[in-house]
Design a protein around this ligand. Sequence first.
Ligand code: GLN
Ligand code: ZN
Length: 763
Amino acid sequence: MAVTANLGYPRLGAKRELKWALEGYWSGKLGAVDLLKTGKELRLAHWRVQQEAGIDIIPSNDFSFYDQVLDTTCMVGAIPQRYSCLENPADLDLYFAMARGTQQGSLNLPAMEMTKWFDTNYHYLVPEIEKDQVFRFASAKVIDEFVEAKGLGIHTRPILLGPVSYLLLSKSSSPEGVPLDTLPSLISVYTEILQRLSAAGADWVQMDEPCLVLDPDENTRAAYSYAYSQLSQVTDVRLMVATYFGGLGENLSLAVHLPVAGLHIDLVRAPQQLENILTVLPAEKILSLGVVDGRNVWRNDLDATLAQIQQTVSALGMDRIQLAPSCSLMFSPHDLDLETELDAELHSWLAFARQKLDELAALKQAVDDGIEIVAEAFSASREAAKSRRESPRTHNLQVRKQLDAVDQSMLRRENEYKVRKSAQAEKLSLPLLPTTTIGSFPQTPEIRAHRSAKNKGSLPQDEYDVLMKMEIARTIRLQEDMGLDVLVHGEFERTDMVEYFGERLTGIAFTQHGWVQSYGSRGVRPPIIFGDVARPVPMTVEWSAYAQSLTSKPIKGMLTGPVTILEWSFVRDDQPRALTCRQIALAIREETLDLERAGIHIIQIDEPAFREGLPLRRTEQEAYLQWAIECFRLASSGVRDETQIHTHMCYAEFNDIIKAIGQMDADVISVEASRSKMELLDTFEQYKYPGDIGPGIYDIHSPNIPSQAEMEILIAKAAQVVPIERLWINPDCGLKTRQWDEVIPALKNMVNAAQTFRQQQDV
Ligand code: GLN
Ligand code: ZN
């Protein structure tokens, strides 16, 4: 009999129950008991769903109140020193202080740094490892959840983030430390945990080692061998080392020979690795086949997958394989059945997490008893493939023609940055250290209520527009009062920076409930790019032009860039991503030109996802960067010299892509910098980044309000690296997730800090 295994299930809940409970708890409206209860109910519900779908191996410890990496940090007692006043690592408030920072009276603890999980839009909290860190077993979450499931009659396979990947994803808290050097101590804690899991009745543990799909150095390779030879000696628990988000490449031999019982491989991202693996896999080892795409929403081509499985069965025999999603299903939305508004054709092309479980079950049955047993599933899959191939909705000739007509001249500005800089200075007459924000202002419950009333039809569109305009007008006045130099309209009309554009472009569909976790309680609802993309009418011009009509200060038009729209969407898998991205770029280009025509002289094209699109493997990076830069330039370079193009990226790792960022040729870039205390600017300096830079000095991911003095220090730091005439003052990112009473004092402090600094320059 074939065996199905799942690698993780979405944790927010089909109705985002976890989000509401977390936010209730943080705001003080919900007690800890209720929060814990919601967590328990969700775990239970998700285990049941998997059980009912017929999944043989169901995971536990995939649940988290914030992030599985933070959970691991708590498990191994790697609590950074600054939280020691909060002590008890099992304590929720310590946990959330690490995730979000905390301010209590005179106590002001910043959060841990957050960064993107591989090439996904999920964010994890970066562990901070001391030079001689001694780990200790400090949180029994993984054991508790195993026991909890067992109590319900569900025997789970607990998931641990593998020790090597954990350290590779960490940073050292001191310059001379190397996290990987602390592996022996970490292994002793993992040993203890495995022993405890074994004592609790676990027979298998899934060890996630996604870093096995990266390019390792010698040390790293040795670390994997060392870690698993140690762990294999200590317990009878069998380990399934899970790799995903790519192929094993040169790690193949290393991975197959780790002394563990099983290996999981991603056959969606890297189907070609199967053949090699089959020839070298040691005789007794179990191979888990990641055949159902955990990262995308398309219905599986069951015939093709079955062929792949049968190839493996004939090489290894049925007993040595497991059928699994390519990676955890936490990157898929919960349940397609909730989508009542998608048209039938599109609906038939899709599968969300719950449906992916059914696909696994159907594959298992087909392997065990033949296709006839699950004829319906297979014919639905076949029909979906056929209709996607043939539907006129996937091919728009007009767009294809326009794209063919794109030439080199459309990929460059008229003149280089220096020439543009003076044209813009004349046009905009901004002060030294211009202050601005990244675009969005708080999305209050009222705004969300207006939008949902409009969507339900109880608020007419024109009344909704009036309410949005009132909000814009209020925000313009507020920004003027605070003394900001470049204003924004506030993005009140957008739930989400990609969804908003997705709804206005053709070839893109959106869901009602297709939420995927981004970080903590935050979800995004990625659009689904199913066909050729076009822009029938302007998308943002009305709002920006209205805002500009209210003020003599420049308004910054606000667009989401093509790479980010691509990265944060579920993308069609029937043509190269680069081609889909070019179509989007063309649509954004039309929008920038319309904004310019409407009198908007500054246009920001956000590319916060530019970095996460970077392939994990070095050999594939150059090609990506080339088309991604080209798409940004196609979107941005149609405007005149005096129109200032901004871009924004919200992460702090620029080392490996700084050259590419320069080649995007934006006039101004704003970046996240405050959590890492401006460290990233060294990279900009070393590369001699040519344009203006706004390193964020206000960490908007934390509810903490930065003081003027704190921000002055950051400005001073920035000014040591960036020539002052090229320095902008802004927060790290948009303010939509914050409250007005946090934003107003913080921005006042920010403007004051800039003004103080300007005055110092005068004397
Ligand atoms: N303009 C967007 C905003 O302010 C940028 C968001 C982002 O970078 N993630 O919300
Ligand atoms: Zn941002």
